[in-house]
Design a protein around this ligand. Structure first.
Ligand SMILES: [Cu+2]
Length: 248
């Protein structure tokens, strides 16, 4: 009996640990490009474990906006409607792309209190949509607190392509940042042979540049993780620079 309790305790600890890391802000559109036949982008915002399909509550974000061609910022917060992702509170919206250009959507959450790690988590989450084939200046920073600036065009990619980006923090490349990578296992068909393989991990180089090959089609999330210099509510604040990219 004692042995069984010990085994259960170890299992619980392993499962709990597995869920404790690898949370991702998720901002998933139903397309990475608009066309004459597809003018509206449906988007879902959540805070989840994308591979395992385990959700967390995402309270209404502090900010949600679109930046068109790196310049015109429009607040989209009032357009958000409640929905559920992985059985937890999430948000959705529908956005009509009226003219050609580069559309970068960003949400900045209210920091999430994570008791398992005794910290707060703020994943500033971005996705880029190519408006009518005119999404050009896709490697310009938006000036976020932290962000991944793509070095691979963040749309129209093949599965098997490399994704490369620069992790920026406070407007500067953040050397040797740990980047967690996860596949959005939407239909649950992918299984990891091993708990460690749910989340993949790379480290940026001395210029904040990281590289990852995406082996399958689908949406891939990249989270460059740093601790904020300022604690939040007395705890460490994990700052995540997150970007989602679709491989086809
Ligand atoms: Cu989590």
């Amino acid at each position: 009996m004692k042995k069984m309790i010990a085994v259960v305790a170890v299992l619980a600890a392993v499962l709990f640990a597995g869920q404790a890391f690898a949370h991702f802000g998720m901002l998933i559109p139903d397309t990475d490009a608009t066309s004459q036949d597809k003018r509206t982008v449906e988007m879902v915002l959540s805070f989840s474990h994308p591979f395992e399909g385990v959700g967390m509550e995402l309270e209404k974000p502090a900010e949600f906006f679109v930046v068109v061609d790196g310049q015109n910022k429009t607040d989209l917060l009032p357009t958000l409607k409640e929905t559920k992702v992985m059985d937890h509170l999430a948000w959705k919206t529908s956005y009509q792309v009226k003219r050609p250009g580069l559309y970068a959507f960003v949400f900045d959450p209210v920091p999430y209190k994570e008791d398992a790690e005794n910290n707060y988590i703020r994943h500033i989450t971005k996705v880029v949509v190519d408006g009518y084939g005119e999404g050009e200046e896709w490697n310009q920073p938006l000036g976020l607190k932290t962000e991944i600036v793509p070095l691979t065009r963040p749309f129209g990619n093949y599965a098997g392509n490399v994704f490369q980006g620069v992790v920026m923090l406070d407007g500067k490349p953040a050397p040797y940042t740990r980047v967690e990578v996860e596949f959005y296992n939407k239909d649950g068909k992918r299984t990891a042979p091993d708990e460690r393989m749910v989340t993949q991990e790379v480290i940026a180089d001395g210029n904040g540049v990281f590289t990852f090959v995406c082996p399958w089609k689908g949406w891939w999330g990249f989270a460059g993780l740093n601790a904020d210099a300022q604690p939040y509510e007395g705890r460490e604040l994990e700052l995540g620079a997150v970007i989602w990219v679709e491989m086809k």
